[in-house]
Design a protein around this ligand. Structure first.
Ligand code: KG4
Ligand code: ZN
Length: 347
């Protein structure tokens, strides 16, 4: 069975083809077109994103099919992200997928973008399957989930304000780095002295107990304000240029420790020996190694941490095709009334 995946929820136009034999899925092609235009504005402009998707969707799909050596007639089903995301952007993918499916006479299935992120690592590592604890951290979402089986998602905690990626992007802006800022902060932090500054670990303290409202939740707006004050102080001293790497390092250390501690706390509490990371922030090597170290220390040697390669961690259609395959195998289908939704609960 060959599934064509389509993703257009934010600022990446992406298409992918996967093949399945039984439970096994292989990635035949993946094309991701990133809309660089938003860098000028320091954030995604929804109307520009929709128009860029419209211009890109047909050539991106055509290229994914060509790379997979898959003729249109060989597509057995189409999976498309229908939420959460920017409605105008989502509608481009949803309309395209519905029209193509109708013209080919194949089923179309709407996929929750967040569920897609959970499936990303499974494309690269057959062991990245439930039961597991999942941390999804992107520019729009930060959530901690317990996943006893595919299709069963229990929300343990989430951010109360900024998403982790958003915190990276806003801090990058404060430090004068380009958008999106996550990878620039990570690169700069490598040169930073970890003892120069120390920022608060938001909502993380020793007295927390399971059941407390803040046990799994995170919050990053206070951290952002702490960085802002430190940046202003460095500016006053005329020392911002030399402090920049140290500020990036202290910010990243605070955010990473918070996410890693809460993720491993969830795994221990739920008795899981696998942890799956997803979303753009999972590209951050410091986060991945912090989670690995904590898992080794608190759970032990048989526990495993799975992080997707950067191409599959950020928004892409391969993960959407993989999640679609799961739903198709259960006999689920969408019909032509399939719509796009800006918010779409996963759990
Ligand atoms: O999952 P994604 O591609 O799109 C959303 O659904 O938001 O995530 C994009 C986010 C951006 O905020 C970006 O700054 C962040 O992921 N990001 C990183 C890194 N690479 C991308 N954050 C920290 N470290 C990185 N290396
Ligand atoms: Zn995403």
């Amino acid at each position: 069975m060959r599934v064509l995946g389509v993703e257009s929820s934010c600022d990446e136009t992406s298409a992918a083809v996967i093949s399945s034999r039984g439970d096994d899925a292989t990635l035949d092609s993946l094309v991701i077109l990133s809309q660089d235009v938003h860098a000028i504005f320091g954030g995604v402009v929804p109307e520009i994103a929709s128009r860029a998707h419209l211009a890109a969707i047909a050539p991106v799909v055509r290229r994914a099919l060509a790379d997979a050596r898959c003729a249109l007639g060989e597509v057995d089903a189409i999976g498309v992200t229908n939420g959460p995301g920017l409605v105008g952007a989502l509608l481009v993918g949803v309309s395209f997928a519905k029209a193509l499916a109708a013209s080919l006479g194949v089923p179309v299935i709407g996929v929750n973008h967040l569920e897609g992120h959970l499936f990303a690592t499974a494309l690269e590592d057959g062991a990245a399957v439930p039961p597991f604890t999942a941390l999804l951290a992107s520019g729009g979402h930060t959530m901690l989930l317990d996943v006893p089986a595919w299709g069963e998602y229990r929300l343990l905690g989430a951010t109360r304000d900024d998403a982790a990626g958003e915190a990276f992007d806003k801090t990058a802006k404060l430090l004068g780095l380009p958008y999106p800022g996550g990878r620039h902060i990570e690169a700069l932090a490598k040169e930073g002295d970890p003892s120069r500054f120390r920022f608060p670990r938001p909502m993380l303290h020793g007295g927390q107990r399971a059941g407390d409202a803040d046990y799994y939740d995170v919050s990053f707006s206070g951290l952002k304000t702490a960085v802002l004050h430190a940046v202003r102080d460095a500016e006053r001293r005329g020392a911002l240029d030399e402090e920049r790497p140290h500020l990036a390092r202290a910010f990243q250390d605070a955010l990473v420790e918070t996410l890693a501690a809460k993720t491993v706390r969830a795994a221990v509490e739920k008795g899981r020996t696998r942890v799956v990371l997803g979303g753009g922030v999972a590209c951050n090597a410091a986060l991945v190694s912090a989670v690995r170290e904590r898992v080794r220390a608190q759970i032990g040697g048989d526990a495993a941490v799975f992080a997707p390669s950067p191409r599959l961690a950020t928004d892409n259609a391969a993960m959407i095709a993989r999640a679609a395959l799961f739903h198709l195998a259960r006999g689920e289908r969408s019909d032509l009334s399939l719509n796009a939704f800006s918010s779409m609960p996963l759990a």
